[in-house]
Design a protein around this ligand. Structure first.
Ligand SMILES: [Zn+2]
Length: 148
């Protein structure tokens, strides 16, 4: 098997395991060029490097979704309730050290675990069931079992 080097990390690998730049997704090429502006995309990259940039791409999507989610949550929460948090200062300090996953867990726990959320969700559910059972009983647009 002919040995070649990866154009990113210079490790020596078998030629057939190298991914050719023409076959890479544009998003991945953008990410590589962001890290390595001098990279010309003329020679292939090894499976390790490809895997790393696939992971980066995925994390990029997750972070974008997370931003959207937290904006939506902010809007809902501020409409439903006034926010006052005693531990806010402590919280801001911790924020800088928390990982992405910890942020998500924190958000879900804060919002989903609050009594306001449970009450609100329960209320919406009851109203929805009522609407389905009584008001629309004659010509339901979302008939029994009515949840999906
Ligand atoms: Zn490599």
């Amino acid at each position: 098997m002919p040995k070649v080097t990866c154009s990113l990390c210079d490790s020596v690998v078998e030629g057939r395991t190298l991914a050719s730049p023409q076959k890479l997704e544009n998003r991945i090429i953008d990410l590589i060029k962001k890290d390595r502006p001098e990279w010309e995309g003329k020679r292939g990259i090894c499976a390790n490097c490809l895997e790393q940039y696939r992971a980066k791409k995925f994390i990029g999507y997750l972070e974008a979704e997370y931003q959207k989610l937290s904006e939506l949550e902010h809007a809902v929460v501020s409409k439903v309730t006034r926010r006052g948090r005693v531990s806010k200062l402590v919280h801001q300090d911790m924020d800088t050290q928390m990982t992405f996953g910890e942020h998500v867990a924190d958000r879900v726990a804060q919002f989903g675990g609050s009594w306001r959320f449970i009450t609100l969700f329960g209320g919406i559910l009851v109203v929805w069931m009522g609407v389905n059972v009584w008001v629309l009983a004659s010509h339901p647009f979302d008939p029994y079992p009515s949840f999906f």
